[in-house]
Write a protein that binds this ligand. Structure first.
Ligand code: NDP
Ligand code: GDR
Length: 341
């Protein structure tokens, strides 16, 4: 029988890779999308087939994690075998400007979805997109046993979602898991996250369309992996015999400065000639260092990252240089937008 999955956040970086993976595995994939005044499906357009076509396997539904009643009707209609909750206000810096909205979507949104599963009475497995940001100020290496110490409204909302997912597993016997994922990036990464901001700027500087790049804290340490590999780990968590929580990470240890150096050098540029400081990119409380230990996922799921940060940076620079060739003036406008936050 064809398996059916529902993905919230399907229009985001991870949602798009996960949809590709599940379609390749023969799933019927349903995605929750937010109604907007313009199309917001650029990351998934390439796999969309008109629903009138009998070969269509990808179906999109309007909804929002702030609308619990809609989640109930949707789940009752679709009756998915697997639900992947990837939707969130996912930007840490923005969560300081919009703390209440972030709490509502990234935190309370999860319980709306879990309650919708429970109220619709369907038998489904549930994946929660938990984050290394939950570890916050607790020093690395971090694994499933590391205490949480969130440092932002986003991190605090993810801690709530982590515990409520665990609670539904224990209280109602739901197959509900937390994937605690460290930073993962790709050419589809949102333009205001640090890696993509850098690789887009490298492409624009190389092409002579930009000169300076304004950045915040260059000392932060992160463990940047490749998103396309991480979605395979999400899927494996839901295929395990028992529901459990897993860290996915590369174990690498790089500063933002290291990433700048690798990315600029790949294009034959010296980052120090182009990077300037702007305090608007600092956070009121920073997460200094996140470095994951994914040995449990390797042992129990057979999952291991193969793309490490330097290779990832080069993949992203190459992709942005290629994209710039086809983007024309549109690119220049969005470079400005990317430096906005
Ligand atoms: P993105 O920011 O790229 O995507 C977020 C998705 O959530 C988008 O599809 C967005 O829709 C959707 N969304 C936002 N608010 C709502 C809402 N109120 N109702 C319904 N949908 C909403 O995130 P990523 O793909 O990078 O990350 C996926 C998940 O994993 C997120 O929960 C993130 O917090 C978490 N995570 C990410 C990590 C990473 O390094 N990428 C690491 C650890 C956890 P729209 O397109 O309309 O904006
Ligand atoms: P992060 O990602 O906060 O780790 O959250 P981000 O790329 O935004 O920041 C990483 C680090 O870079 C520093 N930094 C800057 N960041 C941005 N965005 N812009 C800048 O100009 C800049 N200069 C320095 C930041 O201070 C930070 O230390 C991401 C998100 O995907 C979350 O949803 C996810 O949960 C975590 O990764 C794991």
């Amino acid at each position: 029988m064809t398996k059916r999955a529902l993905i919230t956040g399907i229009t985001g970086q991870d949602g798009s890779y996960l949809a590709e993976l599940l379609l390749k595995k023969g799933y019927e994939v349903h995605g929750l999308i937010r109604r907007a005044s313009t199309f917001n499906t650029a990351r998934i357009d390439h796999m969309y087939v008109d629903p009138h076509d009998p070969k269509a396997k990808l179906f999109l539904h309007y909804g929002d994690l702030s609308d619990g009643a809609r989640l109930v009707t949707l789940l009752a209609d679709i009756k998915p075998d697997e639900v992947y909750n990837l939707a969130a206000q996912s930007h840490v810096r923005v969560s300081f400007d919009e703390p209440e909205h972030t709490g509502n979507t990234t935190g309370v949104g999860t319980i709306r979805l879990l309650e919708a599963v429970r109220m619709s009475g369907i038998d489904t497995k549930f994946y929660q997109a938990s984050s290394s940001e939950m570890f916050g100020a607790t020093p690395p290496p971090q694994n499933e046993e590391t205490p949480f110490y969130p440092r932002s409204p986003y991190g605090a909302a993810k801690v709530y979602s982590y515990w409520i997912t665990k609670n539904y597993r224990e209280a109602y016997g739901m197959f509900a898991v937390n994937g605690i994922l460290f930073n993962h990036e790709s050419p589809r990464r949102g333009e205001t996250f640090v890696t993509r901001k850098i690789t887009r700027a490298v492409a624009a500087i190389k092409a002579g369309k930009q000169d300076l790049l304004y950045m915040g804290n260059l000392d932060a340490v992160r463990d940047w992996g490749y998103a396309a590999e991480y979605v395979e780990g999400m899927w494996r968590m839901l295929q395990a015999d028992e529901p459990d929580d897993f860290v996915l990470a590369t174990g690498g240890n790089y500063t933002v400065r290291d990433f700048l150096q690798i990315a600029f050098e790949h294009a034959g540029l010296n980052w120090e000639d182009h990077v300037r400081f702007d305090e608007r990119y600092l956070r009121p409380t920073e997460v200094d260092a996140l470095v994951g230990d994914a040995s449990k996922a390797q042992e129990k799921l057979g999952w291991k990252a193969t793309v490490h940060t330097p290779e990832l940076a080069r993949i992203m620079v190459d992709a942005d240089m290629e994209a710039l060739k086809h983007a024309g003036n549109h690119w220049i406008d969005t470079v400005d937008l990317a430096s906005w936050k």
